[in-house]
Design a protein around this ligand. Structure first.
Ligand code: KG4
Ligand code: ZN
Length: 346
């Protein structure tokens, strides 16, 4: 029996999980609300909150299953990518435990872990499978040939899908992170009401910055009633009134476009590779519009579709633990000179 304690601290969630032979026993996450009023994650505040949260979170991951540190065989942590100050808290903590208890250390790539969240529960995809990973920092299509062998075959050339949600929400006056709020309002809205353009990007890559600009221009003209220098523009009050009166339809239309951009590329990837076991992962895979459209597309094209449980979609240490388990089997250990890194290829 191999028992691993894993820590995730790449952005604004402090999380710790325990897994035994690939089975998740506990997964505790502390969210940081301090960023809400700033419209995005403030790196210094995130690092400080991680420092405050890490001891109680690790303690709860162990005590909730009546385990102690002495039952742990290896310590894992998110090495990259992420906010460097945030990553340093988790990496130093895991390194200290590994040194003090003389147990192996395992460094995990956050994006690899998002993909492997699909191996936590049954049913699991067969290898090779495709995974669309959509988070606040990344949008990638990956071919996963084994738990430790993956290749990125498409990615965003500008904003990530999560950023597209969050920035659109900000334009609508919603607080950060706006993705879940757009999801909520979209439930009551009509996604066909407003039309935002789909960018024509080559191969399997994505772009979301044009969508943000088109929403901005659209809102500048929304509810306009007066003419200024021969041009019609809406006053701030007219824009706010228009947003208030049309929020569900606006959210549903924005969400529908983001989802179609994502799924059209995923469909292309499946046709090009011939792979029909297909997963989604990352924070945006919690989006109800994406989940539903993904499953509908799967039925239409005879895919086997996989979506991690909600708690394994957004940042969590369970996905770090499962990835570390496969690295443990290959004895892929890090030494104490390993450092956290804001960016790293994998
Ligand atoms: O994977 P994640 O928790 O953190 C990163 O690694 O970035 O993803 C966070 C992103 C945020 O942009 C958030 O707005 C988005 O995931 N998100 C959602 C939903 N839940 C989280 N976007 C749309 N609908 C949701 N339900
Ligand atoms: Zn993430």
């Amino acid at each position: 029996m191999t028992t691993i304690l894993a820590i995730e601290s790449s952005c604004d969630e402090t999380s710790a999980a325990v897994c035994s032979n690939g089975k998740i026993l506990s997964n505790i996450t502390a969210n940081q609300t301090v960023h809400e009023k700033y419209g995005g994650v403030v790196p210094e505040l995130a690092s400080r909150a991680h420092i405050q949260n890490i001891v109680p979170v690790v303690d709860m991951a162990l005590s909730s299953i009546s385990y102690s540190l002495s039952s742990i065989d290896a310590f894992a942590f998110t090495q990259s990518p992420g906010l460097i100050g945030s990553l340093l808290v988790g990496s130093q903590f895991a390194k200290s435990l590994s040194l003090a208890l003389d147990k192996p250390l395992i460094a995990v790539h956050h994006m690899q872990a998002h993909v492997l969240a699909n191996l936590i529960d049954d049913p699991r995809p067969d290898f090779p499978f495709l995974c669309l990973t959509v988070s606040g920092g990344h949008t990638q299509i990956v071919i996963c040939e084994s738990p430790t062998k993956m290749k990125v075959i498409g990615e965003t050339i500008d904003d990530a899908a999560g950023e597209a949600f969050d920035k659109s929400a900000k334009l609508l006056g919603l607080p950060y992170p706006g993705g879940p709020l757009i999801d909520n309002y979209a439930q009551q809205g009509n996604g066909e009401r407003f039309h935002f353009p789909e960018p024509q990007i080559p191969e399997l890559n994505f772009s979301f910055s044009g969508l943000k600009t088109s929403i901005l221009y659209f809102l500048q003209n929304a509810g306009k009633s007066h003419v200024y220098k021969e041009e019609k523009i809406a006053t701030t009050q007219e824009q706010s009134k228009f947003i208030d009166e049309n929020l569900p339809d606006l959210c549903a239309s924005i969400q529908q476009r983001i989802v179609s951009i994502l799924l059209n590329k995923l469909k292309k990837a499946s046709i090009e590779t011939g792979i029909k076991d297909i997963c989604i992962a990352g924070g945006v895979s919690a989006n109800r519009g994406l989940r539903k459209a993904f499953e509908e597309m799967g039925r239409k094209y005879h895919w086997r579709t996989f979506i991690p449980a909600f708690e394994y979609c957004t940042d969590n240490a369970a996905m770090i633990a499962i990835t570390a388990f496969y690295k443990y089997l290959e004895k892929d250990f890090a030494d104490l000179s390993v450092t956290a890194s804001a960016r790293a290829r994998w």
